[in-house]
Design a protein around this ligand. Structure first.
Ligand code: AMP
Ligand code: GLY
Length: 426
């Protein structure tokens, strides 16, 4: 089978690498890909947010039998619907189902209506009303722009002055564009005794009938060590998650995953693809912090390398709604991914820096994100540049291996966190 993968980050490199292992996969194309993906797939230079252009490309390439849509934007724009309406087979939810990520107001309403545990909230499309509500409330308070905002549309405000400023930024100054037409004002969740709640990402395959969680992983969203600095797309991940035991997984399955699948069906929006549950452990049990309509980045970079089952077989079972027939198996052990970013990320950073990579130890692998090759020279081309991944018996072993190999990679301004895999594992 010839396959087109949509996307250009580390997540897509991990997906392409997993698909390339399938005995059924022949040629893989990637739109737009990066320098790492180019070693496994033929890159296609079409803007994947132009869904008509993608449709035209797939129509014209009769050899492509299956398209995997990985990023949030094309899903939210309805790329799955566009390709399906032209008679093509697709992995990824349609536009109405993808709204579980692209509208936080919709996701919160869904959870309230179907009793799925999440932070208490109110939604506003009027600045004055939002402000009046915040003035009466408790602090910290969480403000969330309704739409997609590259993971940056969430503000945690410690006091009224910063909440006022946050509402102004989102709703009046439109710092996140149209994503801020509505705002969700949410209760701040904590762990025991007001310590930050522990967070875990659980990605799950679902065909709208069956839902099968993947192994749990933990992201590090802030730019700097000790969870300081600005929110980013994710600076590193590890699996397994030490507190995500069988009892917690059962609680999440029964109170969150199954009810979410049922709720989406009841709303006439059956979800087919990967559903991402961003969860927090609170004194009242596990709660949903966010849903995503896709694989996480950089969660995928530690989850898929542990998958023993053929990913293409799972994808096709989701598309054909026979996921219940597939046995999905995982390797034992741990995996850690350390993201190497451009200096200044997530705000302002330079591109085009030459990257040098020494001999990596056996069992260490790189997933490329913002990289490109220019006249044979590997250069940076984005904020997150590379993910250095390693497996081990334990997170500690994998972590040591990953960091030993980070030292072998250089580019001007290279920035990374030194504490990936430390939290929850101490
Ligand atoms: P999100 O983009 O929705 O995942 O939010 C980014 C981060 O903000 C999360 O990973 C949490 O650490 C934090 N966060 C979001 N909502 C809440 C909440 N209601 N209470 C506490 N922290 C939150
Ligand atoms: N790592 C968080 C996300 O993919 O949204």
């Amino acid at each position: 089978m010839n396959i087109l993968v949509i996307g250009n980050g580390g997540r897509e490199h991990a997906i392409v690498a997993a698909l390339a292992k399938s005995p059924k996969a022949e040629k893989i194309y990637c739109m737009k890909g990066n320098a790492g993906i180019a070693e496994l797939a033929e890159l296609v230079d079409v803007d994947y947010c132009d869904i008509k252009a993608v449709g035209n490309w797939v129509d014209a390439h009769k050899d492509v039998e299956y398209t995997v849509i990985a990023p949030d934007d094309p899903l939210a724009l309805g790329l799955a619907d566009e390709l399906e309406s032209r008679g093509h087979r697709v992995f990824g939810p349609n536009k109405k189902a993808a709204e579980i990520e692209s509208s936080k107001a919709f996701a919160k309403e869904l959870m309230k209506k179907y009793g799925i545990p999440t932070a208490k909230y109110e939604t506003f499309d009027d600045y004055e009303k939002a402000l009046a509500y915040v003035e009466k409330g408790k602090f910290p308070v969480v403000l969330k722009a309704d739409g997609l905002a590259l993971g940056k549309g969430v503000l945690i405000c410690e006091d009224l002055a910063s909440a006022k400023d946050g509402l102004k930024q989102i709703m009046l100054d439109k710092a996140f564009g149209a994503a801020g037409n509505k705002v969700v004002v949410e209760e701040f969740l904590t762990g025991k005794e007001f310590t930050p709640g522990e967070e875990v990402s659980v990605l799950a395959f679902t065909d709208g009938k069956t839902i099968v969680p993947m192994i749990a992983s933990c992201d590090h969203k802030r730019a700097l060590d000790g969870d300081k600095g600005l929110n980013t797309g994710g600076m590193g991940t590890f699996t397994p998650c030490p507190f995500y035991d069988k009892e917690t997984a059962d609680e999440v399955m029964n109170k969150i995953m199954l009810p979410t699948v049922a709720a989406m069906n009841a709303e006439g929006r059956p979800f087919k693809g990967v559903l991402y549950f961003g969860l927090m452990r609170t004194p009242d049990g596990m709660k949903v912090v966010e849903y995503n309509s896709r694989f996480g980045d950089p969660e995928t970079q530690v989850v898929l390398p542990m998958l023993k089952t053929d990913l293409l077989e799972i994808f096709e079972a989701v598309t054909d709604e026979r996921l219940a027939d597939v046995k999905i198996e995982w390797e034992e052990g741990a995996c850690v991914c350390v993201v190497l970013a451009s200096g200044g990320y997530p705000v302002k950073y330079e591109k085009g820096k030459e990257i040098t990579i020494g001999d990596l130890d056996e069992g260490v692998f790189l997933y490329h994100a913002g990289t490109k090759r220019e006249n044979g020279v590997l250069k940076t081309s984005g904020g997150r540049v590379l993910g250095v991944c390693a497996k081990g018996k334990t997170v500690e072993e994998a972590r040591k291996k990953a960091y030993a190999n980070v030292q072998k990679i250089r580019f001007d301004g290279m920035h990374y966190r030194t504490d990936i895999g430390v939290k929850y594992n101490k």
